[in-house]
Design a protein around this ligand. Structure first.
Ligand code: ATP
Length: 256
């Protein structure tokens, strides 16, 4: 091998392969009637990451997730999933592409049992796959115990588990989680975050919207901060955790 060929070979072997971007939002504008909820946001999520999207009430976090899922149509800009434009695609087709959504407020089907809710999550497939059900029950043993219970009678934490389990039944490559810790006791919140880490470790990319910034940043690789429809910061999660502006605005610390 010549020196040049040797060098080329070494470079090919040792150069880090960039992780592909699974989701990209480019100059995304979304309005609700006269209200401009997103004013040109840019974001990228790479395969295998946990990315946290933080922001105060009304910043536009839910609107961002709902737009990715096809529940809002952007006024301008693009949503790309695995390099393909998906904005304007109906939400049931977005699920079919491999995007799961655990919505704000959980929205379980209250009159259906746990098992029936999980079946609903698998509707992109012709039939429910037993191995998917087993995976969900392994992640959430509580759901296995309560499989025949009506979802409306579950506790808040159990309903959160069901909303996540239902989204996982569609075998998503990207899981959107909207405020999974909302209204839950600290012990249950800790469990839910552990399970999010496990879901990610099993290969699912996660975009996590949270008011609980500290917990979210502890399990995230990177974070974005949304303020009245604009991204004002984005950085590795550990940098955001140490940032004085984040500590004051989102982690409840008072300035010295
Ligand atoms: P929260 O943390 O309170 O859920 P958020 O960051 O998720 O807030 P969004 O729910 O996305 O924020 O709302 C962004 C803005 O858009 C807010 O001003 C909100 O009032 C407005 N908005 C959201 N949905 C609608 C709607 N269906 N009709 C009119 N305005 C809406």
């Amino acid at each position: 091998m010549t020196a040049a060929a040797h060098l080329a070979h070494r470079t090919a072997v040792t150069a880090p392969v960039p992780t592909p971007t699974i989701l990209e939002l480019a100059d995304l504008h979304v309005s609700h009637g006269a209200i401009s909820a997103l004013r040109g946001i840019d974001m990228a999520v790479r395969e295998g990451e946990v990315v946290a999207l933080l922001g105060a009430n009304g910043a536009g976090k839910t609107t961002t997730l709902r737009t990715i899922s096809g529940l809002h149509r952007p006024a301008a800009g693009a949503v790309r999933f695995c390099g393909e434009r998906i904005d304007g695609i109906p939400s049931h087709s977005v699920v079919g592409l491999g995007i799961g959504h655990s919505p704000e407020g959980r929205r379980v089907f209250a009159d259906m049992t746990v098992l029936e809710n999980l079946h609903m999550g698998a509707y992109r497939f012709k039939r429910l796959r037993q191995e998917d059900l087993e995976r969900v029950f392994a992640l959430f043993p509580r759901l296995a115990e309560r499989r025949t219970q009506q979802a409306g009678t579950l506790s808040g934490g159990e309903q959160q588990m069901l909303a996540m389990g239902r989204a996982l039944m569609g075998r998503p490559e990207l899981l959107l989680l909207d405020e999974p810790s909302m209204g839950l006791a600290p012990l249950i919140v800790a469990q839910i975050f552990e399970i999010i880490k496990e879901i990610n470790a099993q290969g699912t990319t996660v975009l996590l919207v949270e008011q609980n910034a500290a917990q979210a940043l502890r399990i995230a690789d990177r974070g974005y901060v949304l303020e009245t429809g604009r991204i004002t910061m984005h950085a590795p999660a550990h940098e955001l955790l140490d940032d004085p502006r984040i500590r004051t605005a989102y982690l409840g610390e008072t300035t010295p």
